[in-house]
Ligand binder design. Structure first.
Ligand code: 7TS
Length: 408
């Protein structure tokens, strides 16, 4: 991988964020930066092709329809889905998970049913399930091993029973970096006739994902974390399941026929895409997939492993710094969370910012996990394909500045 060449594709990386301080962007788990190849495709679409899709017979409508539909095909191939019918575009991971929840609640989930999730989840894979308490649906949570932040797998077997209708888990943790053994977890779900939903927000951008090998029923992810614009996300679902569950939203484009008495639903995936879609966003997501494939997902993963190992080694040498998550890079992504003595993570992040280093501090929308770790918040650096070892050094220099400021 030629990092220098890759960096030239991302104009924002040239920015100075404070006088003399160039941007060191280490907040990729929150959102990624965008390459010219994605920015240009979107602006070209608006300059040349813009029209609504699936309704006009005029030239522009045909072009934009083809571009939008092609993006579904690209994204479905990217995660090795069988066909574009299994690829629904949404706004983001949160909407994808909400779609599954609403569709299952309408006919597949009833009072007395149970769901298994984990304490490692982002709020977007906790809240849609815990609100079902009002409907008499219970959620059980698999715990983590405190020492290295990996799931206690045996608890899936212990918690599952004939009432369990859904098992769900995060693929890559946005706090610990842990990559979960989704294939094994999916097998436990299917052996017990439960659906299996994976939150892939932090895995798809960073590694090769194969939904067929994983054998999940649903797989949710966000475009904005994988070089695409905000406001576009995706939900993969197995065709036979999508055919058999209710739509999430109703209205234009998701119907086949409408009378004043009843309606019938459009073919997949459009049954789940009501109203005018984020057409340019979808096309941008297709361009992001092209870009990631041109670099190579295996190379991106290797690069992130090297950077993370380097960062962990350097951070381990910092006195008073506590690190979270597994050490084994086979089960870890490029996310590094830490706390530094008693310095509040917001102070750490603010001082880092004065050096141009962008990191996130807080609970990372995973409050139950942060609490489970015995913390109120952490500071988090998260890497992507354009980050360098020199930027990791800047992170360490930032931490040294924090220590000096607080006389540690
Ligand atoms: N799931 C995981 C694992 C995530 O990391 C996030 C966002 C989401 C779901 C929600 O994604 P959205 O696109 O619907 O917002 N995570 C983070 C983060 O770690 N910092 O900012 C957003």
């Amino acid at each position: 991988m030629n990092i220098e060449k890759i960096r030239k594709d991302f104009p924002i990386l040239e920015r100075e964020v404070h006088p003399g301080k160039k941007l060191v962007y280490l907040d990729n788990a929150a959102t990624s930066q965008k390459p010219n190849q994605v920015i240009d495709v979107i602006s070209e679409f608006y300059r040349n092709n813009n029209a609504n899709i699936h309704r006009g017979v005029h030239k522009l409508s045909e072009e934009s329809t083809e571009m939008y539909d092609d993006a579904h095909t690209k994204v479905s191939k990217f995660i090795n889905a069988d066909k574009m019918e299994e690829m629904i575009f949404t706004r983001n991971t949160s909407e994808s998970i909400n779609l599954v929840m609403h569709s299952l609640v309408d006919g597949k989930l009833k009072k007395g049913d149970e769901i298994i999730s984990t304490v490692m989840e982002h709020h977007s894979n906790i809240v849609p399930w815990t609100i079902l308490k009002d409907k008499g649906i219970k959620v059980n949570f698999v715990d983590i091993n405190e020492k290295d932040g990996i799931l206690k797998l045996e608890q899936f077997e212990e918690l599952i029973n004939k009432n369990t209708k859904l098992v769900t888990c995060i693929h890559g943790s946005n706090v610990l970096g842990t990559i979960n053994p989704v294939k094994e977890i999916g097998k436990i779900a299917h052996d017990n006739d439960a659906f299996f939903l994976v939150d892939g927000a932090q895995s798809v951008p960073h590694m090769k994902v194969d939904v067929k090998k994983m054998d999940c029923d649903f797989f949710a992810f966000s475009g904005h974390k994988m070089l695409a614009p905000t406001g576009i996300g995706a939900l993969y679902g197995k065709e036979e399941i999508l055919e058999n569950i209710s739509p999430f939203m109703y209205g234009g484009d998701m119907i086949k026929e409408v009378s004043l008495e009843k309606s019938s639903w459009n073919d997949l995936p459009w049954k789940f895409e009501a109203g005018t879609s984020n057409i340019s966003g979808g096309i941008g997501l297709g361009a992001a997939v092209d870009y990631l494939e041109s670099v190579g997902m295996d190379d991106i993963r290797d690069h992130e492993i090297k950077l993370t190992e380097y960062a962990l080694n350097r951070l381990e040498e910092v006195d008073g710094l506590k690190l979270f998550g597994p050490k084994d890079m086979k089960i870890r992504g490029g996310v590094v969370s830490f706390v530094l003595n008693k310095v509040h993570p917001h102070d750490v992040a603010s001082i880092m910012d004065t050096e141009g280093v962008a990191v996130r501090s807080g609970h990372h929308c995973a409050q139950p996990l942060i609490e489970r770790l015995g913390e109120n918040s952490t500071t988090r650096a998260s890497f992507y394909l354009y980050n360098t070892k020199e930027e990791v050094d800047k992170l360490i220099e930032g931490i040294e500045k924090v220590k000096k400021t607080f006389r540690l």
